[in-house]
Design a protein around this ligand. Structure first.
Ligand code: S3P
Length: 429
C-alpha cells in the first residue's frame, strides 16, 4: 500500500493513539499464566499484539475478544499451559518471540517458534544462551543464534545474569523464566531499559524488586488483574514531533503512557527547544498516563547518547526527522542496537531522509544529522518496518510537494488507524 502525504498547515489539534504495544503484549502473557481472569482495556489491536494472542491461544489459553480493544484472558496458572500442536508464528514481533521464550523455558514440553523474514534474522542468542544456563534446552539455526527456535523447558534453576545490552526483551524473558525457576533470579543491565514487566509483575503479585540496575524475582504464582493500557508514547511520538516541527502547529496527544523509562523523547524534544506540557495525569497498575501537548519552535541540534538511549530506542527514526529540521548538528551515539531492529534502522532512516534532501550520515553506532529547513517531497520505502514508514510520512508533513511511502501497510504492526489520524489533522474544525 502507498501512503500519500502532503505538507501540514499550522494546526491546533487533539488526537489519541492506540494502546501501548509493550504493555499489551505483557498483559496477554501475564494474564495467560495468572490464576483468574484478566480483562485488558485499550489493548493495541496491532499485528504484533495479535501474534502474541495467537501464540497464547495455541498454548491452550482462552482469549475472548469482548470489543475491538477489550480482551479477556482466562488464565491457566503457571502450570496450566499445554504443548502446542503446531509451530508458534510470532510474525514480525521481537517482543513476542523473546518474552514468550521465557515462559516456554519453564514448560516441560516442546515448542517451536518462528516468524517472518525480519524475525528470522534478528539475534536470539541473547535469550537462548541465558535460558540454557537456567536449564532449558534451546535450539535454533546457527546454534541458537536465529529463529526458528525450538524450546523444551522445565526444571529451571535461578541464575544471576549480567546482560551485555540494555534490552527490556532480554530482561523480561529472564524474569518470566524466573517465575518457574528454583531460587532467586536476578538480571543486571548496563542501563535501565523499559520496566513495564517489573511493574506489571508486581501488580500481579509477583515477588519482584529492583535495586539500581538489578531486578530480582522469586518463583511463585500470579493473580489476574484488570489492566488499562495507556496510549503508546512510541506511536504518539510521530505526532509529538509533528507538533514540534510544523511551524505554528500545536498538537495534543491524550492519555499517553508516561513511564519514565519511555519518556526520553520528551526530554530530547525539550532540549531541542520544543514547548511541552503535560496534563490530566492518572495511574493504573503502576503505570502513569497523561495528555501531552507540543508546540513547535525552531529546534536546535543536540547530542543524544549514553543512558538515555534505552529510554527512546524506538523513537530514534522520528528524532532523526526532528534533527533534520533543526538548526545545527545532531549526533546520535550508542545506538548500534538499531541495526538489529525490524530493519537496520540506522541505514534505513539515513537512506530515506536523504531522498528528501536531508544531510544525514550513518556512523558506527548512530547518526550525524546536519539540520536544514528546505526539503522536497520524495517517494520512499518502508523496509517493511512500521517505524521507518511513519518517520517518512512525518517528513512528508514538512517537505514541499507530495511524499509517497511505499509498503505502508506495515504501519498496522503497531499503529492501526495511523492514516486516519494523520488525515484528521487536515480537517478544519
Ligand atoms: C520492547 C523493547 C525494546 C523495543 C521494542 C519493544 C519491549 O526492544 O525496541 O520495540 O516491549 O520489551 P529491546 O528491549 O530489545 O531494546
Amino acid at each position: 500500500m502507498d501512503l500519500e502525504v502532503k505538507p501540514l498547515p499550522p494546526v491546533i489539534k487533539n488526537i489519541s493513539v492506540p494502546g501501548d504495544k509493550s504493555i499489551s503484549h505483557r498483559a496477554v502473557m501475564l494474564g495467560a499464566i495468572a490464576n483468574g481472569t484478566t480483562t485488558i482495556d485499550n489493548f493495541l489491536p496491532g499485528q504484533d499484539c495479535w501474534s502474541t494472542v495467537r501464540c497464547i491461544r495455541q498454548l491452550g489459553v482462552e482469549v475472548k475478544e469482548l470489543a475491538p480493544t477489550r480482551l479477556q484472558i482466562l488464565g491457566r496458572g503457571l502450570g496450566g499451559l499445554s504443548e502446542p500442536e503446531d509451530c508458534l508464528d510470532v510474525g514480525n514481533s521481537g517482543t513476542t518471540i523473546r518474552l514468550i521464550s521465557g515462559i516456554l523455558a519453564g514448560q516441560d514440553f516442546l515448542s517451536v517458534l518462528t516468524g517472518d523474514a525480519s524475525i528470522r534474522h534478528r539475534p536470539m542468542a541473547r535469550i537462548a544462551e541465558p535460558l540454557r544456563r537456567m536449564g532449558a534446552q534451546v535450539w535454533g539455526r546457527e546454534n541458537g543464534r536465529f529463529a526458528p527456535l525450538a524450546i523444551r523447558g522445565g526444571h529451571l534453576q535461578a541464575i544471576d545474569y549480567l546482560t551485555p545490552v540494555a534490552s527490556a526483551q532480554i530482561k523480561s524473558s529472564l524474569l518470566l523464566a524466573g517465575l518457574f525457576a528454583q531460587g532467586v533470579t536476578s538480571v543486571t543491565e548496563p542501563a535501565l531499559s523499559r520496566d513495564h514487566s517489573e511493574k506489571m509483575l508486581a501488580a500481579f503479585g509477583a515477588n519482584i524488586q529492583t535495586q539500581d540496575l538489578t531486578t530480582f524475582i522469586q518463583p511463585g504464582p500470579l493473580t489476574a488483574q484488570p489492566i488499562i493500557v495507556p496510549g503508546d508514547i512510541s506511536s504518539a511520538a510521530f505526532f509529538l514531533v509533528a507538533g514540534a516541527i510544523v511551524p505554528g502547529a500545536t498538537l495534543t496527544v491524550r492519555k499517553v503512557g508516561l513511564n519514565p523509562t519511555r519518556t526520553g523523547i520528551l526530554d530530547i524534544l525539550e532540549e531541542m527547544g520544543a514547548n511541552i506540557t503535560i496534563s490530566h495525569q492518572t495511574r493504573s497498575s503502576g503505570e502513569t498516563m497523561g495528555d501531552i501537548t507540543v508546540t513547535g519552535d525552531r529546534l536546535k541540534g543536540v547530542g543524544i547518547g549514553g543512558g538515555i538511549i534505552p529510554r527512546l530506542i524506538d523513537e530514534i527514526p522520528v528524532l532523526a526527522v526532528a534533527a533534520a529540521m533543526a538548526e545545527g548538528t545532531t549526533i546520535i551515539r550508542d545506538a548500534a542496537e538499531l541495526k538489529v531492529k525490524e530493519s537496520n534502522r540506522l541505514q534505513a532512516i539515513a537512506t530515506e531522509l536523504r531522498r528528501f534532501g536531508a544531510n544525514i550520515a550513518e556512523t558506527e553506532d548512530g547518526l550525524r544529522i546536519q539540520g536544514s529547513s528546505a526539503f522536497k517531497g520524495a517517494v520512499c520505502e518502508s523496509y517493511h518496518d512500521h517505524r521507518i514508514a511513519m518517520a517518512c510520512a512525518l517528513m512528508g508533513l514538512v517537505a514541499q510537494g507530495q511524499t509517497i511511502v511505499r509498503g505502508a501497510e506495515c504501519i498496522d504492526i503497531s499503529f492501526p488507524g495511523f492514516q486516519d489520524t494523520l488525515r484528521s489533522l487536515y480537517i478544519e474544525a
